[in-house]
Design a protein around this ligand. Structure first.
Ligand code: ATP
Length: 416
């Protein structure tokens, strides 16, 4: 046995000293806290990256928007027109609002079903390619017409006009309420009537009552509003009115002041403006001729000037009835006064018979104004009962209004 074979005894001394171990532990704690710190920093940096990326996306979006806006600003404006005729799947005749007609190609971006005659469209300013069909113009409807669903006026609100009521009932109400009667009899129901007579004689009122009675939409258009500045605009408005009426059927189209588009024109006073008015009238005649009398849209036109109306509108086949609205006679004046004083407290001494006698030549609107004026006079004197002297004062004011030229310019019922 060698000496080297003898195992040396294991040393009992620790590998590292306790001081060294304590120092290492301390360091470990320090590293751990440093790692935690760095982890936290990393988390914060990640969050900052996400925030910065979303900010970058936001700026990119804004930049895109401004670029698009800038290119829109640089682009020339599109030309507005109306489709007049469809020639082929991608070819149409368009009349621009400035006047000339173009044979235009239709862009592939435009849906073919939207390209219809009468549609308003936008053309490229250089190539005149139809690039867009514009949505139905609603502002034109707002500016040129007034829509009232079953207006709140009944026949009992109208004094006199018995004959006119009867004619209107036959021509407007019957075809709307009982179309089968006409079918059975084998006759075409009337399409429309023309009312004429001095202002304020109840033409609008009676037309509204007919709409009330038939629960129809009442579309009121004023003829002068149809006279437009641009070529083709008036005709387009007429088309839109009839389209709207068909949409809102049963409907009554009431065209007030039809003389503004339907007056006869003398050859020597034929201007570009007259041509445009003529075109609007032609469109109206086309609508009157073309639309189905059995449909539930009826037309009531009104004028104060039948003497200047174009024969084309007066000839048979256009309006089925031409109804006169004269100034009210004695009994009718009393009746109108009774209606308008129905809710007023009149002193016993006030006699509507005498008042009706004193108001010879007054129209319905003036009689109504007279009652309102009498009420106002009573209020001015701190009363709610109307006395004879209030009526006398009101009568004087209305009479003054009829003779003073400056007062004639004022709306009815307002006197200087
Ligand atoms: P314009 O030709 O000026 O349009 P118009 O004949 O259409 O006039 P309306 O608007 O119907 O006249 O009448 C104006 C007002 O006069 C009515 O709101 C109503 O108050 C009164 N009025 C006219 N006629 C009558 C009547 N017969 N009965 C009761 N009120 C009437």
């Amino acid at each position: 046995m060698h000496e080297s074979d003898v195992l040396e005894p294991v040393s009992r001394e620790p590998i590292i000293s306790s001081e060294e171990l304590a120092a290492l532990r301390k360091k470990n704690i320090e590293y751990e806290s440093r790692v935690n710190e760095l982890r936290e920093k990393n988390r914060q940096l990640q969050l900052a990256i996400v925030a910065a990326e979303s900010e970058r996306d936001q700026y990119r979006r804004e930049a895109r928007k401004y670029k698009a806006e800038l290119s829109q600003m640089k682009a020339p404006p599109l030309v507005i027109g109306n489709v007049e005729q469809i020639i082929g799947p991608d070819k149409v005749i368009v009349r621009s609002t400035a006047g000339p007609q173009f044979l235009s190609h239709v862009s592939e971006e435009v849906k073919p079903e939207e390209v219809v005659v009468g549609a308003q469209c936008a053309l490229h300013p250089q190539s005149y390619v139809l690039v867009e069909i514009l949505p139905k113009k609603t502002d034109a409807q707002v500016s040129a017409m007034e829509i009232d669903v079953a207006p709140d006026v009944s026949y009992s609100d109208i004094g006199g006009l018995e004959h006119q009521k009867k004619l209107l009932r036959e021509a407007i109400e019957l075809p709307l309420l009982k179309p089968e009667l006409f079918e059975k009899t084998g006759i075409e129901p009337p399409k429309g009537v023309l009312l004429y007579g001095p202002p304020g004689t109840g033409k609008t009122l009676l037309a509204k009552a007919a709409a009330h009675e038939t629960q129809a939409s009442f579309i009121r258009v004023v003829g002068s509003e149809l006279v437009q500045k641009y070529i083709g605009e008036g005709a387009r408005l007429v088309r839109e009115i009839f389209a709207l009426a068909r949409e809102k059927a049963p409907a009554i189209i009431f065209i007030d002041e039809i003389d503004a588009i339907g007056s006869m024109r003398t050859a020597d006073a034929y201007s570009a403006g007259d041509h445009e008015v003529g075109r609007t009238l032609m469109q109206l005649l086309a609508e009157l001729d073309g639309f189905n009398a059995r449909g539930n849209v009826k037309i009531i036109a009104a004028t104060n000037r039948i003497d200047i109306m174009d024969q084309a509108l007066l000839r048979p086949g256009r309006f089925d009835r031409i109804i006169e609205f004269p100034l009210p006679n004695l009994a009718e004046r009393k009746n109108i006064l009774q209606i308008h004083t129905g809710n007023m407290h009149l002193e016993k001494a006030v006699s509507l018979d005498t008042l009706a006698e004193e108001t010879d030549g007054f129209n319905g609107a003036e009689l109504m104004a007279l009652t309102v004026e009498a009420g106002m006079t009573a209020i001015r004197h701190g009363r709610s009962t109307i006395k004879s002297k209030d009526i006398e004062e009101a009568l004087k004011a209305v009479r003054n209004g009829r003779t003073k030229p400056e007062a004639r310019e004022l709306p009815p019922g307002m006197y200087l």
